[in-house]
Write a protein of this length. Structure first.
Length: 175
């Protein structure tokens, strides 16, 4: 396992390959379908965004309410392909990585290569375990979206796999 802080992710990206296991620590933002639609509208309108896109990491997740003593409930990934219409533009605006599950479109793969960015996978079905890596959660935008609102997470040693690297490598390609 490679331990990385979010701030180191962009510099480490050239050395990371599809299939590498990492433990990520730092600030990660959640955003799913509805939030991506609102973010795209804000970009088009020139309106303020809920978080800076430069070197951001976006986790495609809608966490469940927190049980007593924890900052978050289950926080498993959602299917990344639903964000594919928005992802290339977000990578072009500086996003360093996205986290989700499942294969990405050729347009997203091209954006990864073009922007020297990464696509990371969290283990689907393990959201109840993933919550143990979350130290803090703060809702920062679109509260009307409920569990799909944008949240800022502080994660520590969040287990992930490099699913798409900046050379176009993918864990979803046939060998």
């Amino acid at each position: 396992m490679i331990e990385l802080n979010v701030r180191e992710l962009r510099a480490a990206a050239p050395d990371l390959k599809a299939g590498d296991a990492i433990l990520l620590s730092g600030t990660v933002f959640t955003a799913r379908d509805a939030a991506h639609k609102k973010i795209a509208a804000a970009i088009a309108a020139g309106s303020p965004l809920p978080f800076p896109l430069k070197d951001a990491v976006i986790y495609y997740a809608g966490p469940t309410p927190a049980p007593d003593g924890l900052p978050v409930g289950s926080i498993g990934p959602t299917t990344s392909a639903r964000m594919d219409p928005y992802a290339p533009a977000l990578y072009d605006l500086g996003v360093a990585a996205t986290i989700g599950k499942g294969q990405r479109s050729p347009e997203v793969t091209e954006a990864l290569i073009r922007n020297k960015a990464l696509y990371l996978c969290a283990l689907g079905g393990a959201g109840a375990l993933a919550c143990k890596a979350v130290r803090k959660l703060e809702e920062i935008a679109y509260p009307e979206l409920g569990c799909e609102s944008v949240k800022r997470l502080e994660v520590f040693r969040f287990p992930l796999f490099v699913a798409g690297d900046l050379t176009g490598g993918s864990i979803y390609q046939n060998p």
